[in-house]
Ligand binder design. Structure first.
Ligand SMILES: Nc1nc2c(ncn2[C@@H]2O[C@H](COP(=O)(O)OP(=O)(O)OP(=O)(O)O)[C@@H](O)[C@H]2O)c(=O)[nH]1
Ligand SMILES: [Mg+2]
Length: 472
């Protein structure tokens, strides 16, 4: 982010002037706390809810890198980073007093204003660390909430995030984080003058939560209506799902040539985006870009984003997009994604309606490529792509088409020359594989998806014949 930003100002006389404002990104220190799994469970349950506990299985270096990437998504200036391995939890501050002091000195000498602790902190731990270091402390939940707050685009997304944040906030008093507060135009989650949370007035927060819940219900109802309307448009829905930053939006853009926000930032997409896409043989599908997964997603957010993930649950086919530029990390991410999909009720049965997209193939070394191509060859549900170069996208579309046509059925229908409207309807709702015209009219060999066949049968009844009983 540029250090200067221009702000449009309107003078008293009505002319517009530009004022250059000096804006310095907040200096942040990112701390990853590595805990043995038994301790990790204890630490996580001291915070809100019970998130999936996958942290312990992952490489601390990767977890730190991910936390830094998350911090960068907030345009923070990363002044330092460190991994601390704990063998014991100090309930008051998580870290031991010696470590707290040592870090405190370092923070001050580097002018750090914000510390991100990449685990869940109890409200007490957060407060005590802030007091000891005299800087703002944000834990992983707070960090993800902050990013979600910035990125949410639609009304529903914004309401969901604000609600999740208020629920998180209820238990903690948050000091103003002045720099970021000025930079961001969001909800002022970090607290600021006049914000309800800074008054520590639980009652006000509860009232606001009630109001938001009500608003959200209405928005969700409207959305449900839209979804129902969409179901009537009988295009199969293909959902792009996967870990954050794996390339879902980039793929979506490539496939739809739409300009959906794709950025090298985590959680660039928070609200699902839907576009109609034509497959090579003309079949149309709804492609849906969805919010990225992340490990240890705050439970409050899992619940809040349920509506967003419903796009995935309801999809006819799920494309699980994986960033295969780092295989080890990709494995850990895939486990997280699988787990969430399981929690959403997408079980083994649906797996044959799922394609794995091994993305970022352009970053592979020749050796990696050879090995992964061999692996992919043995797995019919894997497609290798590079959303950046376009490699593999044709194959991906073909695979999609094959998957979709597995349930298709063929029918034959005769039409009189006067039945132009019927003919047009069939062209819209089925794939016309063959057509023979004569003076009496036309005979069509048609391929229907199950949904379309049902509609066609409602319209034409037994005028639709099965091909084997009456060959063309
Ligand atoms: N080298 C390479 N980079 C890619 C590829 N696909 C995506 N990227 C980059 O990866 C970053 C993340 O891409 P996005 O499409 O925003 O990822 P996403 O999965 O939508 O991320 P979220 O919306 O945060 O869940 C961007 O910088 C892309 O340019 C690829 O095939 N190769
Ligand atoms: Mg995206």
């Amino acid at each position: 982010m540029s250090r200067k930003s221009r702000r449009r100002k309107q003078s008293a006389r009505g002319e517009i002037t530009f004022q250059i404002e000096e804006k310095r990104p907040t200096r942040a220190f990112v701390l990853h706390v590595s805990l043995p799994s038994a301790l990790l469970d204890r630490q996580l349950s001291s915070g809100e809810g019970t998130a999936r506990r996958t942290q312990a299985r992952r490489d601390p270096e990767h977890q730190l890198a991910e936390a830094v990437a998350l911090a960068k998504a907030l345009d923070l200036d990363i002044a330092g980073r460190e991994i601390i391995t704990l063998s014991k939890i100090h309930p008051a501050t998580l870290l031991g007093p010696g470590k707290v002091e040592e870090l405190g000195e370092h923070l001050h000498s580097t002018g750090t204003e914000l510390v991100i602790v990449n685990t869940r902190l109890s409200p007490g731990q957060q407060r005590n660390l802030e007091k000891a270091w005299d800087v703002k402390v944000l834990d992983r939940t707070g960090l993800i909430l902050e990013i979600f707050g910035r990125r949410a685009r639609t009304k529903e997304g914004r309401l969901q995030v604000e609600l999740a944040h208020l629920n998180y906030q209820k238990t903690r008093l948050v000091r103003s984080w002045t720099h970021l507060e000025r930079q961001r135009g969001g909800f002022g989650f970090m607290g600021g003058p006049g914000e309800t949370q800074i008054e520590a007035d639980r009652r006000l927060i509860s009232e606001r939560i009630a109001r938001l819940t009500h608003q959200l219900e209405q928005v969700v109802r409207t959305r449900e209506l839209h979804r129902k309307a969409r179901r009537k448009v009988p295009y199969p829905v293909i959902a792009l799902a996967g870990y954050t930053n794996t390339g879902k939006s980039t793929l979506f853009n490539h496939l739809t040539r739409a300009n959906v926000h794709a950025k090298n930032q985590l959680f660039a997409t928070l609200d699902p985006t839907m576009r109609l896409v034509s497959l090579p043989h003309g079949r149309k599908v709804m492609l849906s870009d969805t919010v990225g997964f992340i490990s240890d997603l705050p439970t409050t957010l899992v619940a809040a984003f349920r509506a967003t993930l419903e796009e995935v649950v309801e999809a006819d086919i799920i494309l699980h997009v994986r960033d295969m530029s780092d295989e080890e990390e990709a494995e850990a991410q895939a486990r997280d994604v699988e787990q969430v999909l399981g929690e959403l009720g997408i079980d083994e049965e649906r797996r044959d309606r799922m394609l794995e997209v091994w993305n970022k193939a352009d970053l592979w070394t020749p050796e990696t490529r050879a090995r992964l191509e061999k692996l992919a060859d043995r797995r019919p549900n894997v497609v290798i792509t590079s959303a950046l170069t376009g490699e593999g996208l044709d194959t991906l579309l073909e695979r999609l088409e094959n998957l979709l046509s597995a349930d298709d059925e063929m029918r034959i229908m005769d039409l009189k020359p006067s039945e132009g409207a019927e003919m047009a309807w069939l062209y819209r709702h089925a794939e016309v594989l063959e057509r023979s015209d004569s003076e009496e009219g036309s005979r069509l060999l048609l391929r229907f998806s199950p949904a379309e066949l049902a509609r066609a049968q409602a319209r034409f009844g037994d005028r639709l014949r099965e091909p084997d009983t009456s060959p063309l």
